[in-house]
Design a binder for this molecule. Structure first.
Ligand SMILES: NC(=O)c1ccc[n+]([C@@H]2O[C@H](COP(=O)([O-])OP(=O)(O)OC[C@H]3O[C@@H](n4cnc5c(N)ncnc54)[C@H](OP(=O)(O)O)[C@@H]3O)[C@@H](O)[C@H]2O)c1
Length: 322
């Protein structure tokens, strides 16, 4: 089968078209005929050899897919060939077929296009786990979302609204800010004077929950503007800089710095993760969540799609179609 392969670590341009043997499912796995693969920033990190979990070389990147099940392992009872599904595969999605543990596969509504299904699970799953389990965001609380026009950022804006929080979103360009506004943020700003924006938005009280996928100096600025009992969510470091924080700050604020790792959550707490994902699909089916696919490319141009992410150009999600 055709695949886009990473033979050595480096920039996204190292990806090359190649061939892999057709996958055969283990007892608890299914094989999916991939129709679309959603790209995420962790793919860029994995190609660079800088992600927390690294597959052996060579590998096909691509952490989430949507498609049709072609075969099921002997122990799989809840899924069957021919079903339209989405799945979290970790890597291997930039290929014509991928094998995935059945526990990481969900049937999708008939109305959900493959492109949107492939762009759904990782970002909405991460942002929902962050806001629900890690921050326990409450209706009426204030939520700051940095990098708000990116994959996890835009999902956090929509989910913050759904919870009934007041959402202050931050993005770097006018085009990105217009997108975030259209997805329901109450207020959208650029990064200039972040602490001033928070003070204005909260009437000086400080922000209840910070959602930070960007890292760098912004995290400390946001933490300094937390309300009493605030929660600052560590989502990622798209800026390339892992913040180092003076530990008097959480003490003085009575605030928490809370780590979020959706991939591990799925592995360690499969029941809670499954419940989250079914909730999200129900919200989608009821029209309460929209997926924004800002760009899509054919498999051969996967590196172009990844370059959009690594170059800070993505709006919502980037998807590869097969
Ligand atoms: N913890 C978890 O479980 C988990 C799960 C998924 C993703 N993540 C992490 O979350 C982060 C965002 O992932 P994503 O898929 O949403 O990425 P994305 O779509 O590319 O969004 C990242 C956003 O970060 C901002 N940014 C600031 N400096 C940047 C830079 N130098 N390069 C690229 N973007 C930059 C950009 O917004 P502005 O231009 O507006 O600043 C961009 O929209 C990544 O670090 C990823 O590893 C974590």
């Amino acid at each position: 089968m055709r695949a886009m392969l990473c033979h050595r670590h480096g920039g996204v341009e190292v990806l090359e078209p190649g061939q892999l043997p057709d996958p055969v499912p283990a007892a608890d796995e299914v094989v999916i005929d991939v129709r679309a693969c959603g790209l995420n920033f962790p793919d860029v990190l994995m190609i660079a050899g800088k992600y927390q979990v690294q597959p052996p070389l060579p590998f096909a990147p691509g952490a989430e897919v949507a498609g049709v099940i072609t075969s099921c392992g002997s122990a799989v009872t809840a899924l069957s060939p021919g079903q339209r599904v989405l799945a979290y595969c970790g890597h291997g999605g930039l290929a014509e077929k991928v094998r995935v543990p059945a526990a990481q596969v969900l049937a999708i509504p008939d109305t959900m296009p493959f492109e949107e299904a492939a762009a759904f699970l990782l970002t909405f799953g991460t942002s929902w786990h962050a806001l629900k389990q890690r921050a326990a965001l409450q209706p009426g609380e204030t939520l700051l979302v940095l990098g708000a026009a990116g994959g996890v950022g835009l999902a956090a804006v929509a989910l913050g609204r759904l919870v009934g929080a007041r959402v202050l979103a931050v993005a770097s360009s006018a085009e990105k800010r217009a997108l975030v506004s259209a997805h329901g943020a109450h207020e959208v700003r650029d990064y200039d004077d972040l602490r001033g924006s928070i003070a204005e938005f909260t009437g000086g009280k400080g922000i209840d929950v910070v959602f930070d996928p960007v890292g760098g100096p912004l995290f400390e600025q946001a933490l300094r503007s937390c309300a009493w009992n605030g929660r600052a969510l560590v989502i990622g470091f798209a800026s390339g800089e892992i913040p180092k924080i003076p530990m008097n700050l959480p003490l003085l604020k009575g605030a928490s710095i809370v780590g979020v790792f959706w991939g591990s959550f799925v592995g360690r707490e499969p029941g809670a993760a499954d419940e989250n994902h079914r909730e999200l699909l129900e919200h989608y089916a009821a029209g309460r969540l929209q997926v924004h696919v800002g760009a899509s490319y054919p498999l051969a141009q996967a590196a172009e799609g990844l370059a959009l992410l690594s170059g800070r150009g993505a709006m919502g999600k980037v998807v590869i179609t097969l």
